[in-house]
Design a protein around this ligand. Structure first.
Ligand code: IPE
Ligand code: IPE
Ligand code: MG
Length: 238
């Protein structure tokens, strides 16, 4: 049962890491780990649904991931199409609204078209917002916001002295989405890898050694328990 003392939980963000190592441990090619990741995504959507979470952001592909071998990048892009086509009916039925964050224009036409169709189709849904971070980089997002703000200054719409933290938040990719309450990273790595740099100022971090393809419903519930035991102070006093 939820107690009064539990921190509010609107937005969960996950750095889905460890696919390659999961495959290697089984003597398989790295790409098999990406394929095996689908079940964990499915479970995350399920757990968020049952817990009434409003936003789930999944770090699927970073601006730095373009530096991987072309064959792996191509495979991930094909998998993205397959994931959308294979899951959109069910997501829609579950009232999930699919969204993205990142430089979507970097994504090849095929998967981008599938994504855009799915985003359009689910745009009026009122349940979980499932946000896929694709060609996403926290620094790229801040840089892009700075460009928009600078253009407003040049056009005279905004004065430099009026630029506030809110101005920056309002010019990020999805200004309506609240900052993540918790950022979970699988696979034992303890770093942000350029994820949600601005939005993570007061996020709680949960790190787990479990590799992403093994991170099923029970593992996510455990991570959320860990989050619920935290005391968030935001610089103030309890
Ligand atoms: C995460 O798994 C998926 C992406 C970054 C696309 P990795 O592919 O990074 O797996 P490891 O970290 O090499 O095990
Ligand atoms: C972070 O994982 C990006 C995603 C999970 C999409 P990486 O595997 O790319 O991060 P590093 O290279 O270990 O920092
Ligand atoms: Mg990795």
């Amino acid at each position: 049962m939820r107690s009064e003392a539990e921190p509010a939980l609107k937005h969960i963000a996950i750095i889905m890491d460890g696919n390659g190592r999961w495959a290697r441990k089984r003597g398989l090619a790295r790409i098999k780990g990406h394929t095996a990741a689908e079940k964990s995504i499915h479970d995350a959507v399920e757990v968020c649904g049952e817990a009434g979470i409003k936003y789930l952001t999944l770090y699927a592909f970073s601006t730095e991931n373009w530096s991987r071998p072309r064959a792996e990048v191509n495979f991930i892009m094909k998998l993205l199409s397959r994931f959308i086509k294979g899951n959109i009916d069910e997501l829609h039925r579950k009232n999930v609204r699919l969204r993205t964050t990142g430089r979507l224009y970097d994504i090849p036409d095929g998967p981008r078209g599938d994504l855009e169709k799915a985003i359009q189709r689910t745009s009026a849904n009122t349940g979980l917002n499932l946000v896929l971070a694709l060609s996403y980089g926290g620094r790229a997002e801040i840089r892009d916001a700075v460009t928009i703000i600078a253009e407003k200054v040049v056009s005279g719409e905004l004065s430099p002295s009026d630029i506030s933290e809110e101005t920056i938040s309002n010019n990020l990719y999805n200004p309506d989405i609240p900052d993540p309450d918790v950022i979970i990273r699988t696979s034992g790595e303890q770093r942000l890898s350029n994820f949600l740099l601005w939005q993570s100022a007061y996020s709680e971090f949960v790190f787990t050694p479990v590799l992403w393809p093994d991170f099923h419903a029970e593992e996510l519930r455990n991570s959320l328990e860990e989050f619920r035991a935290r005391k968030r102070r935001f610089g103030g006093l309890e």
